[in-house]
Design a protein around this ligand. Structure first.
Ligand code: NAP
Length: 219
């Protein structure tokens, strides 16, 4: 059984995910909609986040309280670049972090994870096999709902693999422009025989300060 996967993202009115300041209060206020069991984060997103400058620590992290109902944070990190699990936990939103690794994740990083008591799920040869990792999260951690916290690359891989159930887009009243393709769905251009993913509108709602919240079901 695979979990339901939801991409919740903030975009400008011209479809970019960068070059503007999202209304984080509104963005995270809506996250409660899905009651996620797991937040699935891309390594580049976390390396760009506030905690990225926190010092790495190999001190064992506290084991989660069995009664703690906060979500898990699963980090797609085959290259072993995220060393800020302690700082991410200290943010208070998650009960535990989990590293999603592959067969080629550096041994040094696997040793860091083991020393810090951070669970590692290994799936895939080079990059993380996301379908297998989602299946492991469901089987080992009971994950039924996964919310993706990422830029366009991880979301792009999940969308092309047909693993996403819902896309939630918070359209901000701002136009960024530019020539780089920074949308929340980054992937190779469609071939002549390929089709775009059909999306069914679930709801369209004005959520204040000129922001429109669009929810689409996929599949
Ligand atoms: N506007 C918004 O709502 C929003 C939300 C979040 C982030 N952002 C912004 O987005 C930017 C980061 O986005 P990004 O697109 O560069 O990075 P990203 O979405 O974090 O994507 C990179 C992740 O995708 C994984 N990945 C790439 N190809 C893969 C494949 N074929 N199979 C499996 N996993 C694969 C990488 O894994 P490995 O590490 O294992 O290679 C990495 O974890 C930041 O600037 C951040 O601030 C915006």
């Amino acid at each position: 059984m695979l979990p339901r996967v939801i991409i919740h993202t903030a975009v400008s009115a011209d479809g970019r995910i960068d070059g503007f300041t999202p209304d984080l209060g509104t963005f995270y206020g809506l996250v409660a909609t899905w009651k996620e069991d797991v937040t699935l984060a891309g390594s580049d997103t976390l390396l760009a986040a506030a905690q990225a400058d926190a010092p790495a620590t190999e001190e064992p992290l506290p084991a989660p309280d069995p009664g703690d109902t906060r979500p898990l944070l699963a980090i797609v990190d085959s290259r072993g670049r995220v060393h800020t699990h302690a700082a991410l936990l200290a943010a208070g939103y998650w009960r535990q972090t989990i590293a999603l690794c592959s067969q080629t994740t550096p041994a040094r990083h696997m040793a860091y994870l083991a020393k810090a008591g951070i669970p590692a799920l290994v799936a895939g040869q080079k990059q993380v096999d996301l379908k297998a990792a989602l299946a492991q999260l469901a089987a080992q951690y009971g994950a039924r709902v996964v919310r993706v916290e990422s830029g366009g690359v991880l979301s792009g891989v999940l969308l092309r693999a047909g693993l996403v159930s819902e896309v939630s887009v918070l359209v901000h009243p701002v136009l960024v422009g530019g020539s780089s393709a920074r949308s929340f769905y980054r992937a190779a251009d469609l071939g002549a025989a390929d089709s775009p993913i059909a999306a069914r509108l679930i709801s369209a709602e004005s959520v204040g300060a000129g922001i429109v919240w669009l929810r689409y079901a996929l599949g």
